[in-house]
Design a protein around this ligand. Structure first.
Ligand code: ADP
Ligand code: MG
Length: 724
């Protein structure tokens, strides 16, 4: 089928209705999760109590408890027709990994029975040797194992019971995203609790919260299948701009196309049945770009849910004849996709630590956490950028539609003024809720709630939005854990340092509120001078200004990864118990290797498509034109009437030759890069290759403008972006 027929088929594809269960959402919400309600129903009293101690107190899971829990889980699972079980984990590749085992075992009487015991629940040994480990297993121990994380509930996907697990080597190093994330969450709680106790001695635990917003594109599956680049790399490596793309801003928050709406509805139902509180859906800025967001939750669970949703999206899209693109930049010239990570801290007593309090004491606590978060972001701005860096996110960062490649923080006018004011007034000045007291000189006031949408800055990568910070630089395809581990660990380190500073002030005999404010003042001064920036992050002046302030302005992704093994990062991660130095080194190896492989694959696809798809199409058109010229010459005896054909031929010759030369040069560059032994150096060489892609793309996109539309083999931007 040629392209024109494919386009017709896509255009005529009929909507598949969503399957919505009878009854209200609240009736089926969470039915496929082994949550507290099911625990109470299916577990005996001893197992239930022991399991809750594991979940709440971090007690280890003993074999007897595991057996008891497994018994109850099995009963529940079989009522849902489950036949298989898997440990579900998050290795350092993209996405999640699973290895399914059926529940059957011999019954000793010539038949089989369904079995599931505590051993299967608690631990599994997948053949892990082909997951990336950055040399950890090669050096130490060849095997890795998975172990249940009881803080993430077990869930059912199709016929399989999925057990969320950590993935570690036998020598104890983390081989996944979940293990360090859990350590960082513990670190931030441990560091935050003593500070909370200054304000409320009853606080026993601090939770980190994550509310992710997932952006994505949908493309008709027939068009997708005709684009080798989309299929293999997740993005288009060529493609001329559509005449209309997002200039009119008519897609953002527009009416959701019906086929897309049916997809979204199915996705929501699937998510709700799995206990994922999917809440928001809307069109995004680019054509065929959309967003989905749940209600925020505890970070470890919210991150698992994001992984599940990314997986569900892929499957459910196919039912509707779509393919979902999670790549950060599938199409040049229109917005890319990110995953905003809304992040906050809260106590086990229900206090939100990044929102104004009820009184002066609560407000001082808010300011304390607010300022310390900024200090952590300032100190580790380069590292935070490294935590979201990847070969794919590199296309989005620093483009004028996504966060700049400089991590600064946006506070908004109100909070900026409050911080300035605090530097001027005596340290015992209470911070009042605005409007509660009559105005007097020297009063520091904050609003009870922030009207956050009035004061937004889309160009900031780390923005305060009223009761949380929004880390906007995370890539759409990323595992949020990368960013969340670094952020929580950096904040933990800062809180430890801050507590020590407060203790020193207290030792000097100061009252608590004065001690806290005196410890805060130098930090406030510093963050206002350095990391806080409310201006336009896209401008050239900001790049210069940021460099002057000492913020990191590196744009080279392989180089960014070096931040992880610099002394400040090693000290921070080891002090908080999140990574060992060995793990940091190993992870960098994985990052460089992944970077190299991604660019290498794109480069190969680009070369082959250039020579197998593009050049032949151009030459076919050229042959047709030459034939016309021969005919013209035969009839008229000259080419006087053929200036158009001659001009087109000139263009084709010029661009085809440019394609050939650039493609071959890229291949040579690849050969040279491939023999480099060192992971880092090879990644740097591949970055040069990535930087050369636009030069090869340009003549190809020019050819798309020149060659007869009927002969062009690849679905065009206007087709992929506007059919839905
Ligand atoms: P917007 O696009 O305006 O930023 P959305 O409603 O799309 O807003 O997404 C906001 C996200 O932030 C939601 O997932 C929401 O649950 C989450 N969120 C709200 N409050 C908090 C909080 N205190 N901590 C973490 N996430 C939060
Ligand atoms: Mg947002």
């Amino acid at each position: 089928m040629d392209r024109i027929d494919l386009v017709k088929e896509s255009f005529e594809r009929k909507e598949v209705p969503a399957e919505v269960p009878a009854g209200k959402t609240s009736e089926y919400f969470g039915e496929l999760v082994f949550d507290r309600k099911k625990m109470c129903k299916y577990l005996d009293a001893d197992s239930l109590q022991a399991l809750l101690a594991c979940i709440e107190g971090g007690e280890p899971l003993d074999r007897k408890t595991a057996d008891g829990v497994a018994r109850g889980m099995k009963e529940w699972a079989m009522e849902h027709g489950v036949t298989h079980v898997t440990h579900w984990f998050q290795p350092l590749t993209e996405g999640t990994a699973e290895k399914h085992d059926s529940l059957i075992d011999y019954d000793g009487k010539g038949g089989v029975i369904e079995t599931f015991d505590g051993k299967m629940l608690a631990q599994q040994e997948p053949d892990a040797s082909s997951f990336p480990s950055g040399g950890i297993r090669a050096t130490f121990e060849a095997r890795g194992y998975t172990a249940w994380d009881p803080t993430s509930p077990v869930f059912i996907l199709d016929d399989t019971l999925c057990i969320p697990t950590v993935f570690i080597s036998y020598t104890g190093e983390a081989l996944d995203y979940k293990t360090p994330l859990k350590k960082a969450l513990k670190a931030v709680s441990d560091a935050a609790v003593p500070i909370c106790k200054l304000f409320d001695p009853g606080v026993g635990k601090v939770y980190s919260y994550l509310g992710w917003e997932q952006e994505y594109f949908l493309v008709d599956e027939a068009l997708y299948a005709a684009r080798t680049d989309l299929m293999i790399t997740g993005r288009t490596l060529f493609g001329h701009n559509s005449s209309k793309n997002q200039q009119l801003d008519d897609h953002y928050f527009g009416a959701i196309p019906t086929r897309v709406a049916a997809f979204m509805r199915d996705l929501e139902v699937a998510g709700h049945r799995l206990g994922i509180p999917i809440k928001t859906r809307h069109n995004e800025v680019a054509p065929n770009q959309f967003e989905l967001a749940p209600i925020y939750g505890e970070t470890n669970l919210a991150n698992d849910q994001n992984q599940i949703v990314m997986n569900l999206m892929g499957r459910i899209a196919r039912k509707h004849g779509f393919v979902v693109l999670l790549h950060e930049k599938p199409f040049e010239g229109v917005n890319g996709s990110g995953k905003h990570n809304n992040w906050s801290l809260g106590t086990d007593k229900g206090t939100q630590l990044l929102a104004p309090g009820k009184d002066a004491k609560g407000n001082l606590q808010f300011i304390t956490f607010f300022v310390n978060v900024l200090a952590a972001v300032q100190k580790h701005n380069a590292l935070l950028k490294a935590s979201i860096a990847s070969a794919t996110n590199a296309h989005r960062l620093g483009a004028n539609e996504a966060p700049p490649a400089i991590v600064s923080a946006f506070l908004g006018r109100t909070m900026t003024e409050v911080l300035h004011k605090l530097l001027e007034v005596p340290s015992d000045t209470p911070i009042e809720i605005a409007g509660k007291k009559s105005k007097s000189v020297g009063l520091v006031e904050i609003p009870e709630v922030f009207v956050d949408n009035t004061d937004r800055n889309r160009t900031s990568p780390f923005a305060f939005t009223g009761n949380r910070f929004e880390f906007r630089a995370v890539g759409s395809s990323a595992n949020c854990a990368g960013a969340m581990t670094t952020l929580n660990a950096a904040v933990a380190e800062q809180l430890l340092a801050f507590k020590a500073a407060v203790d020193a002030e207290l030792a000097a005999g100061k009252k608590t509120n004065v001690a806290v404010m005196d410890a805060l003042k130098p930090i406030i001064k510093s963050v206002l001078d350095v990391v806080c920036f409310d201006g336009n992050g896209y401008t050239e002046e900001w790049k210069k200004e940021a460099a002057r302030r000492g913020l990191d302005i590196e744009t080279n992704v392989p180089k960014m990864f070096c931040e992880f093994t610099k002394p400040a990062a090693v000290e921070m991660f080891t002090k908080t118990g999140v990574y060992t130095e060995k793990e940091l080194e190993a992870r960098n190896e994985v990052k460089w290797e992944t970077y190299t492989k991604k660019v290498q694959i794109e480069s190969r696809v680009m070369f082959r498509m250039a020579l197998n798809h593009i050049v032949p199409a151009a030459l076919e058109y050229k042959a047709k034109l030459l034939q016309e010229l021969t005919l013209a010459k035969g009839i008229y005896g000259n080419l006087d009437n053929c200036t158009t054909e001659l001009h087109i031929l000139d263009d084709i010759n010029k661009y085809v030759e440019e394609v050939r030369v650039k493609a071959l040069a890229m291949k040579e560059a690849r050969k040279a890069a491939n023999v480099i032994e060192d992971d880092y150096e090879r990644a740097l060489a591949y970055r040069e290759i990535a930087e050369s892609f636009p030069a090869l793309r340009r003549p190809i996109d020019k050819l798309e403008e020149v060659v007869d539309n009927k002969m062009w083999p690849l679905p065009k931007y206007r087709e992929m972006l506007f059919i839905n």
